[in-house]
Design a protein around this ligand. Structure first.
Ligand SMILES: NC(=O)c1ccc[n+]([C@@H]2O[C@H](COP(=O)([O-])OP(=O)(O)OC[C@H]3O[C@@H](n4cnc5c(N)ncnc54)[C@H](OP(=O)(O)O)[C@@H]3O)[C@@H](O)[C@H]2O)c1
Length: 292
C-alpha cells in the first residue's frame, strides 16, 4: 500500500509522514521543492520526494498512482483553494483509492471567516470529485498559538481580541496520529465521514498565558485589544494582509466560541485521551522563547 502526502513538509504533514514511515509504509511526499524537503525530512527507506508545480495539472497527475491513499493539507495562501482543488483533480484522474483532507472546525457553521471559506470551497470540490474521502476538521492548533505567542512575548506585545472566549486547542501530534490511522484503516472504515478534532478541554487566552507563565516561571500577559486596534497593530508591523486576516480569524474563533465544545472524535480515533494544551506548552515554550 502506498501513501501520498501533499503538504508533507508542513506542521501536520511532516508528522504524518514520520508516523507512516515509522510503521514501515512507503510514503511519497509531494513538495514544491524536493531539495528543501529532503533537508527538512532527511532521506530514509520508504520515503520518496516528488516535486510538483501546482499550476501544472499534467505533471501533478504523475504524483499519484492508482490505488494510492492520499493526504491533502497545504499551508494557508491566497491560492490555497485552487492548489488543493488541483491536487484533488489530479488524484481523481489517477484513480487513487482514498483521500483525507485537513480542513477546519466550524466549516459546517454559518460563521463568516476567511479560513472557513477556503475549506468550504475545497470540501465542496472534494465531494464533487467522487473520490472516497474523509474530512478532518481540527480546532486551532496549540502549536500555532504558542508560535504566535513566542514571537510577541519578548516585546510584551502578545494580545488580540479573543475576549473571554474559550477554545479547545488541539495538539498537531494528535491530529497527525489521527490522519495516519485513517490512512492505514482506509475508506472501508472512514469514507464519507467528517471528524472534528479538539483538545480535551476549553481554555481562554488568559489561561494560555497562565500556562505559559508557569512553564517559563515568569509572568506573561495576553493583552486584550479591540478588533480594529488589533488590525492596525498587526498591519503596522508590516504583516501581509492574509496573515493579518488569519490572526484576526483565529481570535474570532475563540471570541465567538466556534471551537468551544470538546468533541469525542479525537479520543475515539486515537484510542487514548487527546493531549491537553498544557502538555505542548510545557514541552516547547521555554525553548521557543529563548530562541526568539
Ligand atoms: N493553524 C491552525 O491552528 C489550524 C487549525 C485548523 C486547521 N488548520 C488548517 O491546516 C492547514 C495548515 O496545516 P499546516 O500548518 O500543517 O500547514 P503548513 O505547515 O503551513 O504547510 C504545509 C505545506 O503546504 C505546502 N504548500 C504548498 N503551497 C503552499 C503555499 N502557497 N503556502 C504555504 N505552504 C504551501 C508546503 O510544502 P512545500 O513547501 O514542501 O511545497 C508546506 O510545508 C490549513 O489549511 C489551515 O487552515 C490550521
Amino acid at each position: 500500500m502506498s501513501f501520498v502526502v501533499a503538504g508533507g513538509t508542513g506542521t501536520v504533514g511532516s508528522k504524518i509522514t514520520r508516523e507512516l514511515l515509522g510503521q514501515g509504509h512507503q510514503v511519497r511526499v509531494l513538495t514544491r521543492d524536493a531539495e528543501r524537503a529532503a533537508e527538512r525530512l532527511g532521506h530514509q527507506d520508504g520515503l520518496e520526494f516528488f516535486q510538483i508545480d501546482l499550476t501544472d495539472p499534467g505533471r501533478l497527475v504523475g504524483g499519484f498512482g492508482k490505488g494510492d491513499r492520499v493526504f491533502v493539507g497545504l499551508g494557508g495562501s491566497p491560492t490555497q483553494v485552487q492548489d488543493e482543488n488541483a491536487l484533488i483533480d489530479a488524484a481523481a484522474s489517477a484513480e487513487v483509492e482514498y483521500l483525507v483532507k485537513l480542513s477546519c472546525e466550524g466549516v459546517d457553521t454559518g460563521t463568516e471567516n476567511l479560513i472557513l471559506d477556503v475549506h468550504r470551497a475545497v470540501e465542496g470540490h472534494l465531494a464533487d470529485s467522487g473520490i472516497p474521502s474523509t474530512l478532518v476538521r481540527p480546532s486551532t492548533f496549540i502549536d500555532t498559538i504558542v508560535s504566535i505567542a513566542s514571537q510577541f512575548i519578548p516585546q510584551d506585545a502578545w494580545g488580540g481580541n479573543s475576549a473571554d472566549g474559550v477554545c479547545t486547542f488541539v495538539d498537531t501530534r494528535d491530529v497527525a496520529e489521527v490522519f495516519a490511522s485513517l490512512l492505514r484503516q482506509g475508506p472501508e472504515a472512514h469514507a464519507g465521514r467528517a471528524y472534528t478534532l479538539t483538545g480535551p478541554d476549553a481554555v481562554s487566552m488568559s489561561q494560555v498565558a497562565e500556562l505559559i507563565s508557569t512553564a517559563v516561571s515568569r509572568e506573561v500577559r495576553h493583552h486584550e485589544r479591540a478588533e480594529s486596534e488589533n488590525e492596525s497593530f498587526l498591519t503596522g508591523l508590516g504583516l501581509p494582509p492574509l496573515q493579518v486576516a488569519v490572526l484576526l480569524g483565529l481570535d474570532q474563533f475563540t471570541r465567538e466560541g466556534i471551537m468551544s465544545q470538546v468533541h469525542g472524535d479525537t479520543h475515539v480515533l486515537l484510542g487514548k485521551p487527546a493531549r491537553p494544551a498544557a502538555a505542548f506548552i510545557n514541552e516547547t515554550v521555554a525553548e521557543l522563547l529563548s530562541a526568539s
